[in-house]
Design a protein around this ligand. Structure first.
Ligand code: NDP
Length: 330
């Protein structure tokens, strides 16, 4: 068995030497426990924040210890009645090939016709984040204009599709022409490649034509500034993430146009998806139906092998993924 440890705290963009692969010896399986072989693990931008030694909504990772995060595994040995051999489970025990557990904070997965890896993406935390940001935070309505940044990613690609299902005009920002073509294929009305436009605010103005009612914020910085310029009166900003700042080594100055919040009477609201988890069943029911009918499509970028998990994680900050970034372990 193997695991990945936090070898050093990243300064700026994480590098391979911040991670270390190490062997792992497994205890014997006692009464009331079971052994899991991980099949898939998730890499997510929020993990970057946990690599910093600071107080936040979630505890930091400890140096020299195994990382953790969302994972899906299969029970391969069991002395636990509720988790027989062959059960597929979700846990927060990623970044390792195997582990022994008493089943605390484990959920058995239902049988679905899609790959179970989608429980790390569209049917899991990122999908739930998109749904929460649009329906519970910004309360997007039919006929409004939605702007989504990091729009081809795990959260963004679902937010764009839910925006279309709600009946909004959807404008997306992405970092490559391939990603733009992907979003167009999903029915997004206009896509901006933020890496090639000379002025993001002008590009958004042109794409939106009649302004933006809801901004689904994943990036921060110049994207937030462009959105503030183009928001309509009483617009809403669902502040989900600010990935452009996660690797900053010096604090970035805020947008110079924050006064637009006053002038346009905006509602700017941050949220953490886990605080909305009581609504997961409602979300899962709706999303399950949309996936079955094809109303929502789920893309994934798959890296293979535990030894490539850190490369996959670093790739999030280089735009290497389209849809959800996952690592296939077995
Ligand atoms: P993604 O799948 O979107 O992966 C990250 C993407 O961000 C990359 O593919 C890249 O796409 C884009 N990106 C990376 N660096 C930059 C940059 N400097 N400027 C602009 N774009 C950049 O990740 P997720 O969907 O998992 O997460 C999206 C956001 O949502 C993150 O900010 C994350 O922290 C946040 N989040 C918040 C949650 C909450 O509860 N509040 C829960 C889950 C996620 P491109 O090629 O287009 O640049």
């Amino acid at each position: 068995a193997q695991q990945i440890l936090l070898n050093s705290r990243p300064e700026g963009v994480p590098t391979p030497d911040n991670f270390k692969i190490a062997s792992l010896s497994l205890p014997e399986v006692k009464e009331g426990e079971f052994l899991v072989k991980n099949l898939w693990m998730s890499v997510d931008p929020y993990m970057r924040g946990r690599m910093i030694d600071r107080e936040s909504y979630i505890a930091p990772f400890n140096l020299g210890e195994v990382l953790d995060g969302g994972a899906i595994g299969e029970v391969i040995e069991s002395r636990h009645a509720e988790f027989p051999v062959g059960s597929k489970v979700t846990s927060m025990l990623g970044w390792r090939s195997h582990y022994v557990t008493d089943g605390n904070e484990h959920t058995k997965l239902p049988d679905i016709s899609l790959s179970e890896s989608h429980f790390l993406g569209v049917l899991g935390m990122p999908g739930m984040t998109a749904w929460t940001g649009l329906t519970r935070i910004s309360e997007l309505k039919a006929g409004e204009t939605l702007f989504v940044s990091a729009a081809s990613g795990a959260v963004g690609s679902i937010a764009c599709q839910l925006g279309k299902l709600i009946g909004a005009k959807v404008i997306a920002s992405v970092g490559s022409d391939e990603k733009a073509a992907y979003l167009k294929s999903l029915g997004v009305d206009a896509v901006i490649n933020y890496k090639t436009v000379s002025n993001l605010s002008e590009a958004l103005k042109e794409a939106a034509q009649e302004g933006v009612d809801v901004y689904f914020e994943n990036v921060g910085g110049e994207h937030l500034s462009a959105a503030l310029d183009n928001m309509n009166d009483h617009g809403r900003i669902a502040v989900c993430g600010m990935i452009a700042q996660y690797n900053d080594t010096v604090p970035t100055p805020g947008p110079s146009n924050l006064a637009m919040i006053i002038i346009k009477k905006l509602r700017v609201e941050g949220f953490i998806v886990f605080e909305h988890w009581a609504h997961y069943p409602e979300f899962a029911k709706e999303m399950g139906q949309w996936l079955t009918t094809g109303a929502v499509k789920a893309e994934q970028t798959v890296y293979e092998g535990l030894e490539n998990a850190s490369t996959a994680f670093i790739g999030l900050f280089e735009g290497k993924n389209c849809g959800k970034m996952v690592v296939k372990l077995a």
